[in-house]
Write a new protein. Structure first.
Length: 310
């Protein structure tokens, strides 16, 4: 979303947000919502009221895009009321949208008409303000890490010899150029109805590990994908995601942290298969390559263990 927000109307701002979300959905499939979600709901720092509706998605999106730590926002004037000063050079990254109405006399009917309007108010994150002379106190609660370390899996991951970097960036990904995996910090993984934070963490890590087998140093799958889908970047992306996701399930089953396809796995696969018009060969080929990646890792790590024992 453009940084020059002052000249953008509320309607255009909303349109830009919609376009950003659509782009994310097209790029990330059913994972599109991940960059928009934060552990804490967006809140007005002064009134303590949570933002809802479009503002919930909007502020979460801006929070993660700018890697802000706290989901606390307020307008320039509201920060002034508590003695906080917006830092020099900080442009507002977001606007809060709200609907209202006013009455106007109808010249024909002579009755009052209710006219709706959409307004956007600029807001600043708490990271953008100086609190040193402010009555506002940032209440920082320690973030609880719900992920339980599983020694057997940690040893397995170490023996893959693939570099893993951790940070508070809310994305997890494998980069081909650097040949490393980035994982968001463990405290950013949460439990839900169908899986624990531990399962979410390790299944995500498995997904990225399977991607790493595509590198030329390992199974060299990326080169094959590029040749096979030279006319369709979208199909190439979809194919690789199918390989990584099914491979993640295989590794999860191998370590006993997940015995069946979870609903989100099934939905993820179904979305791609549907988009590709139930191309059976496409699916079976992806499954075969995911097993090969799984087999590569299990055999590689076994060799590493034997080396150390010898």
């Amino acid at each position: 979303m453009t940084e020059t927000l002052n000249k953008i109307s509320a309607k255009d701002y909303l349109t830009n947000l919609k376009n950003d979300i659509i782009t994310a959905m097209e790029r990330d499939g059913l994972k599109w919502f991940k960059p928009f979600i934060s552990k804490d709901a967006p809140q007005n720092a002064i009134t303590k009221k949570n933002y809802s509706g479009v503002n919930f998605w909007n502020l979460n999106y801006i929070l993660n895009k700018n890697e802000f730590t706290h989901n606390l926002w307020a307008s320039y004037l509201d920060w002034q009321k508590v003695g906080a000063k917006v830092l020099e050079g900080q442009s507002h990254k977001a606007k809060v949208l709200y609907y209202g109405s006013f009455t106007k006399e109808n010249e024909k009917t002579k009755k009052e008409d209710k006219i709706p309007f959409l307004k956007a108010t600029p807001v600043f994150n708490v990271a953008q303000v100086d609190l040193s002379n402010s009555s506002f106190k940032l209440d920082i609660e320690p973030i609880k890490n719900e992920v339980e370390n599983i020694a057997e899996i940690d040893l397995f991951v170490k023996n893959t010899n693939i570099e893993i970097k951790d940070s508070n960036e809310t994305r997890c990904y494998y980069t081909r150029t650097g040949d490393y995996i980035h994982m968001t910090n463990k405290e950013n993984f949460l439990s839900c109805d169908n899986a624990t934070a531990t399962v979410h963490y390790y299944s995500t890590l498995f997904h990225e590990l399977i991607h790493a087998t595509g590198h030329s140093l390992r199974l060299d799958r990326f080169k094959d994908n590029d040749k096979r889908f030279k006319d369709s970047e979208q199909k190439s992306y979809a194919f690789e995601e199918l390989v990584a996701e099914t491979g993640s399930v295989l590794l999860s089953q191998h370590f006993g942290i997940e015995k069946t396809l979870r609903d989100n796995h099934a939905m993820y696969l179904k979305s791609w298969i549907s988009a590709l018009k139930n191309d059976t060969k496409f699916l079976t080929s992806a499954l075969a390559k995911s097993y090969r990646a799984y087999d590569y890792f299990t055999k590689t790590t076994e060799k590493q263990i034997l080396k150390k024992v010898a």
